[in-house]
Write a protein that binds this ligand. Sequence first.
Ligand SMILES: [Mn+2]
Length: 362
Amino acid sequence: MRLLHTSDWHLGRSFHRESLLSAQAAFADHLVETVRAERVDAVLVAGDVYDRALPPVDAVALFDDTLRRLRGLGAHTVIISGNHDSPVRLGFGAGLMDRIHLRTDPHQAWVPVVVNDVAFYGIPYLEPELVRTPWGLPERTHTAAMTHVMDRVRSDAAPAKVVLAHAFVTGGAASDSERDIRVGGVAHVPLRVFDGVSYTALGHLHGRQTMSETVRYSGSPIAYSFSEADHLKGSWLVELGGAVEFVPAPVPRPLTRLRGRLDDLLALPPLGDWIQATLTDPVRPKAAMERLRARFPHTVDLHFAPDEAAEAAPARPRLAGRPEIDVALDFVREVRGEPADPDERRLLEEAAMACRIRETMA
Ligand SMILES: [Mn+2]
Protein backbone atom coordinates (compact mmCIF):
# COMPACT_ATOMS: atom_id res chain seq x y z
CA MET A 1 0.00 0.00 0.00
CA ARG A 2 1.53 3.27 -1.15
CA LEU A 3 0.46 6.53 0.44
CA LEU A 4 1.15 10.12 -0.47
CA HIS A 5 0.93 12.38 2.59
CA THR A 6 0.32 16.09 2.05
CA SER A 7 -1.40 18.88 4.00
CA ASP A 8 -1.99 22.61 4.37
CA TRP A 9 -2.73 23.48 0.77
CA HIS A 10 -4.46 26.68 1.89
CA LEU A 11 -6.10 27.05 -1.51
CA GLY A 12 -7.11 30.67 -2.08
CA ARG A 13 -4.35 32.07 0.09
CA SER A 14 -2.43 35.03 -1.21
CA PHE A 15 1.16 35.98 -0.49
CA HIS A 16 1.53 39.61 0.53
CA ARG A 17 -1.56 40.37 -1.60
CA GLU A 18 -0.21 38.51 -4.66
CA SER A 19 -2.28 35.56 -5.88
CA LEU A 20 -0.78 32.10 -5.42
CA LEU A 21 -3.44 30.30 -7.42
CA SER A 22 -1.17 29.46 -10.35
CA ALA A 23 1.49 28.15 -7.91
CA GLN A 24 -1.16 26.05 -6.20
CA ALA A 25 -2.36 24.76 -9.56
CA ALA A 26 1.24 23.82 -10.41
CA PHE A 27 1.40 21.83 -7.17
CA ALA A 28 -1.87 20.09 -8.05
CA ASP A 29 -0.38 19.07 -11.43
CA HIS A 30 2.73 17.77 -9.67
CA LEU A 31 0.63 15.86 -7.13
CA VAL A 32 -1.47 14.17 -9.81
CA GLU A 33 1.66 13.29 -11.78
CA THR A 34 3.33 11.82 -8.67
CA VAL A 35 0.26 9.71 -7.89
CA ARG A 36 0.30 8.40 -11.45
CA ALA A 37 4.06 7.79 -11.72
CA GLU A 38 4.45 6.26 -8.24
CA ARG A 39 1.22 4.23 -8.43
CA VAL A 40 -0.07 5.73 -5.20
CA ASP A 41 -3.05 3.91 -3.68
CA ALA A 42 -4.20 6.62 -1.27
CA VAL A 43 -3.60 10.37 -1.06
CA LEU A 44 -3.85 11.76 2.47
CA VAL A 45 -4.65 15.46 2.87
CA ALA A 46 -4.17 16.30 6.56
CA GLY A 47 -6.23 19.46 6.82
CA ASP A 48 -6.33 23.11 5.76
CA VAL A 49 -7.42 22.37 2.22
CA TYR A 50 -8.64 25.96 2.01
CA ASP A 51 -7.28 29.07 3.63
CA ARG A 52 -10.62 30.16 4.99
CA ALA A 53 -14.06 28.88 5.85
CA LEU A 54 -15.51 30.67 2.80
CA PRO A 55 -12.97 30.01 0.04
CA PRO A 56 -12.94 31.98 -3.22
CA VAL A 57 -14.60 30.23 -6.19
CA ASP A 58 -11.34 29.68 -8.12
CA ALA A 59 -9.95 27.80 -5.09
CA VAL A 60 -13.05 25.59 -4.97
CA ALA A 61 -12.75 24.98 -8.72
CA LEU A 62 -9.08 23.97 -8.33
CA PHE A 63 -9.89 21.54 -5.50
CA ASP A 64 -12.76 20.06 -7.51
CA ASP A 65 -10.53 19.57 -10.54
CA THR A 66 -7.73 18.01 -8.43
CA LEU A 67 -10.08 15.50 -6.80
CA ARG A 68 -11.55 14.59 -10.18
CA ARG A 69 -8.09 13.89 -11.60
CA LEU A 70 -6.99 11.84 -8.57
CA ARG A 71 -10.14 9.78 -8.78
CA GLY A 72 -9.56 9.34 -12.51
CA LEU A 73 -6.28 7.61 -11.66
CA GLY A 74 -8.11 5.18 -9.37
CA ALA A 75 -6.55 6.53 -6.18
CA HIS A 76 -8.45 6.97 -2.94
CA THR A 77 -8.21 10.42 -1.39
CA VAL A 78 -8.76 10.86 2.34
CA ILE A 79 -9.22 14.46 3.47
CA ILE A 80 -9.71 15.98 6.91
CA SER A 81 -10.65 19.53 7.80
CA GLY A 82 -8.05 21.76 9.45
CA ASN A 83 -8.53 24.78 11.66
CA HIS A 84 -8.85 27.00 8.57
CA ASP A 85 -11.61 24.91 6.96
CA SER A 86 -15.31 24.99 7.57
CA PRO A 87 -16.12 21.34 8.48
CA VAL A 88 -19.65 21.61 7.08
CA ARG A 89 -18.68 23.28 3.81
CA LEU A 90 -15.63 21.08 3.20
CA GLY A 91 -17.67 18.03 4.18
CA PHE A 92 -20.42 18.70 1.66
CA GLY A 93 -21.26 15.50 -0.19
CA ALA A 94 -19.15 13.30 2.12
CA GLY A 95 -20.28 9.72 1.69
CA LEU A 96 -21.76 10.42 -1.74
CA MET A 97 -18.49 10.44 -3.62
CA ASP A 98 -16.72 7.34 -4.80
CA ARG A 99 -13.06 7.12 -3.64
CA ILE A 100 -13.14 10.63 -2.17
CA HIS A 101 -13.35 10.43 1.62
CA LEU A 102 -14.10 13.72 3.36
CA ARG A 103 -13.72 13.37 7.11
CA THR A 104 -14.83 16.56 8.81
CA ASP A 105 -17.09 15.34 11.64
CA PRO A 106 -15.25 14.93 14.99
CA HIS A 107 -17.89 12.45 16.15
CA GLN A 108 -16.97 10.07 13.32
CA ALA A 109 -13.20 10.41 13.82
CA TRP A 110 -12.81 6.82 15.02
CA VAL A 111 -14.95 5.38 12.20
CA PRO A 112 -12.41 4.28 9.58
CA VAL A 113 -12.43 4.32 5.82
CA VAL A 114 -11.16 0.87 4.83
CA VAL A 115 -9.12 0.48 1.65
CA ASN A 116 -7.52 -2.91 0.88
CA ASP A 117 -7.63 -3.98 4.58
CA VAL A 118 -5.99 -0.75 5.76
CA ALA A 119 -8.12 1.38 8.07
CA PHE A 120 -7.78 5.16 7.64
CA TYR A 121 -8.96 7.25 10.57
CA GLY A 122 -9.46 10.88 9.57
CA ILE A 123 -9.35 13.02 12.70
CA PRO A 124 -10.46 16.52 11.71
CA TYR A 125 -9.18 19.51 13.65
CA LEU A 126 -10.70 19.09 17.11
CA GLU A 127 -11.92 22.22 18.85
CA PRO A 128 -11.69 21.29 22.57
CA GLU A 129 -14.54 23.64 23.47
CA LEU A 130 -16.91 21.87 21.07
CA VAL A 131 -16.17 18.26 22.05
CA ARG A 132 -15.53 18.60 25.78
CA THR A 133 -19.14 18.23 26.90
CA PRO A 134 -20.34 15.58 24.42
CA TRP A 135 -17.28 13.44 25.10
CA GLY A 136 -17.19 14.09 28.85
CA LEU A 137 -13.54 15.16 28.73
CA PRO A 138 -11.73 15.80 32.02
CA GLU A 139 -10.35 19.11 30.68
CA ARG A 140 -10.74 21.48 27.77
CA THR A 141 -7.47 20.67 26.00
CA HIS A 142 -6.27 19.36 22.67
CA THR A 143 -4.55 16.50 24.48
CA ALA A 144 -7.79 15.38 26.15
CA ALA A 145 -9.70 15.56 22.85
CA MET A 146 -7.04 13.74 20.81
CA THR A 147 -6.56 11.09 23.52
CA HIS A 148 -10.28 10.40 23.53
CA VAL A 149 -10.26 9.72 19.77
CA MET A 150 -6.98 7.79 19.71
CA ASP A 151 -8.08 5.48 22.55
CA ARG A 152 -11.04 4.49 20.39
CA VAL A 153 -8.84 4.10 17.32
CA ARG A 154 -6.46 1.79 19.22
CA SER A 155 -9.34 -0.34 20.51
CA ASP A 156 -10.57 -0.89 16.94
CA ALA A 157 -9.66 -4.32 15.53
CA ALA A 158 -8.23 -3.34 12.12
CA PRO A 159 -4.95 -5.10 11.18
CA ALA A 160 -3.28 -1.96 9.81
CA LYS A 161 -4.13 1.56 10.91
CA VAL A 162 -3.31 4.93 9.41
CA VAL A 163 -4.29 8.17 11.13
CA LEU A 164 -4.71 11.66 9.70
CA ALA A 165 -4.74 14.50 12.25
CA HIS A 166 -4.46 18.28 12.34
CA ALA A 167 -2.64 19.21 15.54
CA PHE A 168 0.44 20.79 17.08
CA VAL A 169 2.59 17.98 18.45
CA THR A 170 4.97 18.94 21.26
CA GLY A 171 8.45 19.58 19.90
CA GLY A 172 7.25 20.59 16.44
CA ALA A 173 8.64 23.78 14.92
CA ALA A 174 6.19 26.48 13.85
CA SER A 175 6.62 29.10 11.12
CA ASP A 176 4.94 32.49 10.61
CA SER A 177 2.03 31.24 8.52
CA GLU A 178 0.06 28.88 10.77
CA ARG A 179 -2.87 30.35 12.61
CA ASP A 180 -2.67 29.86 16.34
CA ILE A 181 -4.86 27.02 17.58
CA ARG A 182 -4.43 27.96 21.22
CA VAL A 183 -8.01 29.23 21.43
CA GLY A 184 -9.70 27.17 24.10
CA GLY A 185 -6.86 25.25 25.64
CA VAL A 186 -3.23 24.21 25.56
CA ALA A 187 -2.03 23.98 21.97
CA HIS A 188 0.28 20.98 22.10
CA VAL A 189 -0.47 17.28 22.14
CA PRO A 190 2.25 14.81 23.14
CA LEU A 191 3.69 12.53 20.46
CA ARG A 192 2.72 9.40 22.39
CA VAL A 193 -1.02 9.95 21.75
CA PHE A 194 -0.30 8.55 18.28
CA ASP A 195 1.29 5.32 19.57
CA GLY A 196 -0.05 2.03 18.24
CA VAL A 197 -0.74 2.86 14.60
CA SER A 198 1.29 2.17 11.46
CA TYR A 199 1.49 5.76 10.24
CA THR A 200 0.22 9.17 11.33
CA ALA A 201 -0.09 11.87 8.65
CA LEU A 202 -0.06 15.21 10.41
CA GLY A 203 -1.07 18.64 9.24
CA HIS A 204 -1.00 22.13 10.79
CA LEU A 205 2.72 22.93 10.97
CA HIS A 206 3.96 24.28 7.65
CA GLY A 207 7.49 22.87 7.74
CA ARG A 208 8.02 19.16 6.99
CA GLN A 209 9.05 17.36 10.15
CA THR A 210 9.71 13.84 11.29
CA MET A 211 8.40 13.52 14.85
CA SER A 212 9.13 9.76 14.81
CA GLU A 213 9.57 7.20 12.03
CA THR A 214 5.79 6.79 11.83
CA VAL A 215 4.58 10.28 12.78
CA ARG A 216 5.33 13.06 10.32
CA TYR A 217 4.32 16.47 9.10
CA SER A 218 4.41 16.94 5.35
CA GLY A 219 4.28 20.72 5.72
CA SER A 220 2.58 23.01 3.22
CA PRO A 221 3.40 22.43 -0.48
CA ILE A 222 4.23 26.13 -0.95
CA ALA A 223 5.95 28.63 1.33
CA TYR A 224 3.36 30.94 2.86
CA SER A 225 5.72 33.23 4.77
CA PHE A 226 9.29 34.44 4.44
CA SER A 227 10.11 32.43 7.58
CA GLU A 228 9.81 29.39 5.27
CA ALA A 229 12.44 30.63 2.80
CA ASP A 230 14.74 27.71 3.67
CA HIS A 231 12.06 24.99 3.78
CA LEU A 232 12.06 22.12 1.32
CA LYS A 233 8.39 21.74 0.34
CA GLY A 234 6.71 18.56 -0.84
CA SER A 235 4.96 15.36 0.23
CA TRP A 236 5.90 12.10 1.94
CA LEU A 237 5.67 8.99 -0.20
CA VAL A 238 5.03 6.18 2.27
CA GLU A 239 5.28 2.48 1.57
CA LEU A 240 3.19 1.28 4.50
CA GLY A 241 5.43 -0.79 6.76
CA GLY A 242 8.44 0.10 4.58
CA ALA A 243 10.41 3.01 3.20
CA VAL A 244 9.39 6.65 3.44
CA GLU A 245 10.77 9.19 1.00
CA PHE A 246 10.21 12.89 0.48
CA VAL A 247 8.99 14.06 -2.93
CA PRO A 248 9.92 17.73 -3.41
CA ALA A 249 7.26 19.96 -4.95
CA PRO A 250 7.99 22.43 -7.75
CA VAL A 251 9.02 25.91 -6.60
CA PRO A 252 7.30 28.39 -8.95
CA ARG A 253 9.04 31.36 -7.35
CA PRO A 254 11.71 31.09 -4.64
CA LEU A 255 11.81 33.40 -1.62
CA THR A 256 14.75 35.65 -0.89
CA ARG A 257 15.37 37.95 2.02
CA LEU A 258 17.64 40.93 1.39
CA ARG A 259 19.09 43.23 4.03
CA GLY A 260 21.30 46.29 3.64
CA ARG A 261 21.52 49.83 2.32
CA LEU A 262 19.24 50.52 -0.64
CA ASP A 263 22.12 51.47 -2.97
CA ASP A 264 23.95 48.24 -2.10
CA LEU A 265 20.84 46.13 -2.78
CA LEU A 266 20.28 47.92 -6.10
CA ALA A 267 23.82 46.94 -7.11
CA LEU A 268 22.94 43.23 -6.85
CA PRO A 269 22.05 41.25 -9.98
CA PRO A 270 18.32 41.40 -10.86
CA LEU A 271 16.21 38.60 -9.41
CA GLY A 272 12.71 37.30 -10.14
CA ASP A 273 12.20 35.80 -6.65
CA TRP A 274 9.67 36.96 -4.09
CA ILE A 275 11.70 39.52 -2.17
CA GLN A 276 11.53 40.67 1.41
CA ALA A 277 13.81 43.69 1.78
CA THR A 278 15.03 45.20 5.02
CA LEU A 279 16.69 48.56 4.46
CA THR A 280 19.30 49.63 6.98
CA ASP A 281 19.86 53.17 5.66
CA PRO A 282 20.03 55.62 8.59
CA VAL A 283 17.66 57.90 6.68
CA ARG A 284 14.62 56.29 5.06
CA PRO A 285 15.25 56.43 1.28
CA LYS A 286 12.59 58.03 -0.92
CA ALA A 287 10.51 55.80 -3.23
CA ALA A 288 12.29 52.72 -1.90
CA MET A 289 9.61 50.25 -3.03
CA GLU A 290 9.49 51.65 -6.58
CA ARG A 291 13.26 51.58 -6.90
CA LEU A 292 13.48 48.03 -5.52
CA ARG A 293 10.75 46.81 -7.86
CA ALA A 294 12.62 48.21 -10.85
CA ARG A 295 15.38 45.71 -10.08
CA PHE A 296 13.37 43.02 -8.22
CA PRO A 297 9.85 43.08 -9.72
CA HIS A 298 8.43 40.72 -7.08
CA THR A 299 9.40 42.73 -4.03
CA VAL A 300 6.39 42.27 -1.77
CA ASP A 301 7.58 43.09 1.73
CA LEU A 302 9.61 46.10 2.80
CA HIS A 303 10.98 46.89 6.26
CA PHE A 304 13.15 49.66 7.64
CA ALA A 305 15.73 48.89 10.30
CA PRO A 306 18.11 51.85 10.46
CA ASP A 307 21.60 50.73 11.27
CA GLU A 308 21.84 52.17 14.79
CA ALA A 309 25.39 50.96 15.31
CA ALA A 310 26.47 53.05 12.34
CA GLU A 311 24.74 56.12 13.75
CA ALA A 312 26.13 55.66 17.24
CA ALA A 313 29.67 55.12 15.98
CA PRO A 314 30.24 57.52 13.10
CA ALA A 315 33.96 56.62 13.15
CA ARG A 316 33.08 53.24 11.64
CA PRO A 317 36.26 51.31 10.78
CA ARG A 318 37.23 51.98 7.20
CA LEU A 319 38.01 48.75 5.35
CA ALA A 320 38.74 49.76 1.78
CA GLY A 321 42.39 50.37 1.00
CA ARG A 322 43.71 49.21 4.37
CA PRO A 323 46.01 46.18 4.77
CA GLU A 324 44.07 43.04 5.70
CA ILE A 325 46.22 42.50 8.78
CA ASP A 326 45.19 45.89 10.21
CA VAL A 327 41.53 45.15 9.64
CA ALA A 328 41.91 41.73 11.28
CA LEU A 329 43.74 43.18 14.29
CA ASP A 330 41.08 45.86 14.72
CA PHE A 331 38.45 43.15 14.63
CA VAL A 332 40.18 41.10 17.34
CA ARG A 333 40.44 44.16 19.59
CA GLU A 334 36.82 45.09 18.89
CA VAL A 335 35.27 41.72 19.74
CA ARG A 336 37.60 40.80 22.62
CA GLY A 337 38.24 44.16 24.20
CA GLU A 338 42.03 43.71 24.16
CA PRO A 339 44.55 43.58 21.32
CA ALA A 340 46.11 40.42 19.90
CA ASP A 341 49.37 39.31 21.56
CA PRO A 342 52.57 38.89 19.45
CA ASP A 343 51.94 35.18 18.82
CA GLU A 344 48.38 35.79 17.67
CA ARG A 345 49.58 38.67 15.53
CA ARG A 346 52.10 36.40 13.81
CA LEU A 347 49.41 33.79 13.20
CA LEU A 348 47.09 36.37 11.65
CA GLU A 349 49.89 37.69 9.44
CA GLU A 350 50.59 34.17 8.17
CA ALA A 351 46.89 33.62 7.51
CA ALA A 352 46.58 36.91 5.61
CA MET A 353 49.66 36.01 3.59
CA ALA A 354 48.26 32.56 2.79
CA CYS A 355 45.01 34.09 1.59
CA ARG A 356 46.84 36.54 -0.68
CA ILE A 357 48.94 33.75 -2.15
CA ARG A 358 45.88 31.63 -2.79
CA GLU A 359 44.16 34.57 -4.44
CA THR A 360 47.02 35.19 -6.83
CA MET A 361 47.27 31.51 -7.71
CA ALA A 362 43.55 31.10 -8.37
MN1 LIG B 1 -2.29 25.28 7.96
